[in-house]
Write a protein that binds this ligand. Structure first.
Ligand code: PHE
Length: 527
């Protein structure tokens, strides 16, 4: 191992990507904090319709990284994709601003809003996977600092995500519907700041340890060039055309299959399919076909293919993590609102404030986790990525167990201590830090360089599927003592509801742990 690999400090480029992503996430989460309020309080849509738009938006936002990743790997490179993704996202935020400026003309405001959402979905697809890919490429392929680098990067994400709702809420959510526009304007400006900083410093700081510029297009990058020719050749050969045809055929077939309502089946599948609308169907269809399409590429070697399989297997487990974790925005907020005693020294904390706990915990704990991975790495004791992921799922399960104990036997109209939900968020954040930044790092280590951003897109796609699934699960939250059932499991109380997540993430953690040895073998020397 070279002395470079043992170094604990990080290249300056990491901090450039940190600041850029911080501003981009400020923009994304600032808009998201106001989005539902704007729709229901300024445009006066009903809550059901609002929730549907929200689910589709958050789902699609993590589906487009496949497109952005593909275009970057084949044509544009990460830098250009980040630039255009950022510009399109900024346009999206300014369209939201224009919509809020005209909120009294509902038809016009609605039209501008949908154009804005479309731009945000498209722009995010180009920005998000590409900035994440660049973090890993700052380091040599075997550099031990990658997990800790992604953990620091994750801190930037959450610094933006934590500050945005405070600022955009302060200027936009004043009780006067005419003020929403200031929140969206701030989000647009934040996005431009991200692009500006990135463009200003990218040539100076974004390079490998040997000083080679990273994130260039395959044409600009000579060493990358030869790979691209392979891929191009593989596309020209008849096998490749066949691959494209059957993939498209499969996509259409699955899309219609998922759109079909499996009402009569009382299985886990039914619970997913019942809620499937056309966007949900598209997400699930793409989630199945795209991985097969990538792995069928003839230019892949056996080792590359087995490493890609590891990404797929872990991305599958990660769906269960985010589906349970994302209850934060829905069922856990109802819980904070209705069943948590939120009084602290005579002041009642608003239920929505709990959503910032996660970001605050990430920002405070990320440096500790980054240092922990470096510390263990130096001593050769660092767990492999699959083991860290399984630990993440386990901590999520423990978080739900804590809250299940807190509500066990408690009457529906009794409020429980704030400590229960706080402990849950603390444990969930620790789980997230074992799983999410480590996942980004793992994808970066395992993906062949010519598919680096596309496979990052696959990683984000699991988040799209999870968000859709999370919505279905959140619908099982018990209301007015009416029992609901999921895959044959009866949910009559909050205890039953939370135990569902204990079991789901606990089982996933154990299976992943037992698979980890096998996965490590498939990773062929990468940890
Ligand atoms: N806070 C994370 C982010 O915005 C949440 C996330 C994790 C989103 C994984 C997508 C995938 O990046």
């Amino acid at each position: 191992m070279s002395s470079n690999e043992m170094k604990l400090s990080h290249p300056k480029g990491l901090y450039l990507l940190f600041i850029t992503e911080m501003w981009e996430r400020f923009s994304y989460y600032g808009m998201r904090a106001l989005f539902m309020l704007y729709i229901t309080k300024a445009l006066l849509f009903d809550k059901g319709f609002a929730a549907q738009i929200y689910g589709n938006y958050t789902g699609l936002v993590y589906l487009t990284p496949l497109l952005g990743g593909y275009i970057a790997d084949r044509y544009w490179g990460n830098r250009r994709s980040i630039f255009w993704g950022g510009i399109v996202m900024a346009i999206g935020q300014f369209l939201m601003f224009a919509s809020a400026l005209n909120y009294q003309d509902v038809e016009l405001a609605k039209y501008l809003m949908f154009c804005g959402l479309g731009s945000l979905i498209l722009g995010n697809g180009f920005f998000k996977p590409n900035i994440s890919t660049m973090v890993g490429h700052l380091y040599a392929p075997t550099d031990k600092r990658k997990d800790s680098a992604f953990t620091i990067f994750y801190m930037g994400i959450n610094l933006g995500a934590g500050l945005a709702p405070l600022w955009c809420g302060f200027v936009g959510d004043t009780g006067n519907p005419a003020d929403f526009k200031w929140g969206f304007l701030s989000a647009g400006v934040g996005m431009l700041v991200a692009v500006f900083i990135f463009e200003l410093f990218k040539n100076k700081y974004l390079c490998t340890p040997e000083g080679k510029q990273i994130g260039l297009s395959p044409m600009e990058d000579l060493t990358h060039h030869s790979h691209t020719l392979d891929v191009d050749d593989s596309l020209k050969n008849p096998n490749s055309k066949k691959r494209l045809v059957w993939s498209l055929g499969g996509l259409v077939a699955l899309f219609f299959l998922f759109s079909f309502n499996f009402n009569s089946l009382n299985t886990v599948g039914a619970a997913i399919f019942e809620g499937a609308d056309w966007i949900g169907s598209a997400i699930f269809a793409v989630s199945i076909i795209m991985p097969v399409f990538i792995v069928a590429d003839k230019s892949l070697t056996k080792i590359e293919r087995s490493r890609i399989f590891v990404i797929y297997i872990i991305a599958f487990f990660v769906i269960f993590f985010w589906a349970a974790f994302e209850q934060a925005g829905a069922s856990l907020t109802f819980f904070a609102d209705e069943q948590t005693d939120r009084r602290i020294f005579g002041w009642e904390m608003p239920a929505s404030s709990f959503q910032s706990f996660n970001a605050i915990f990430v920002v405070t704990l990320a440096p500790i986790f980054a240092a922990l991975w470096s510390f263990l790495g130096k001593r050769g004791m660092e767990p492999s990525s699959p083991v860290k992921q399984s630990l993440g799922l386990f901590l999520l399960s423990v978080g739900y167990l804590v809250i299940a104990i807190g509500v066990h036997g408690v009457d529906a109209n009794v409020k429980v201590s704030i400590l229960w939900i706080t402990s849950l968020y603390l444990l969930h954040t620790m789980g997230e830090l074992c799983l999410s930044p480590i996942g980004l790092s793992m994808v970066n280590k395992l993906a062949p360089i010519r598919f680096a951003s596309l496979l990052m897109g696959v990683w984000y796609m699991s988040n799209a599927a999870a968000n859709k699934f999370a919505g279905t699960l959140s619908g099982l939250y018990p209301e007015n003592g009416v029992a609901k059932s999921f895959a044959g499991y009866q949910i009559a109380t909050l205890y039953d509801f939370f135990m569902l997540f204990v079991v789901m993430s606990g089982v996933a953690a154990v299976i992943l742990y037992f698979l980890s040895k096998k996965l490590e073998k498939l990773m062929n020397g990468i940890k």
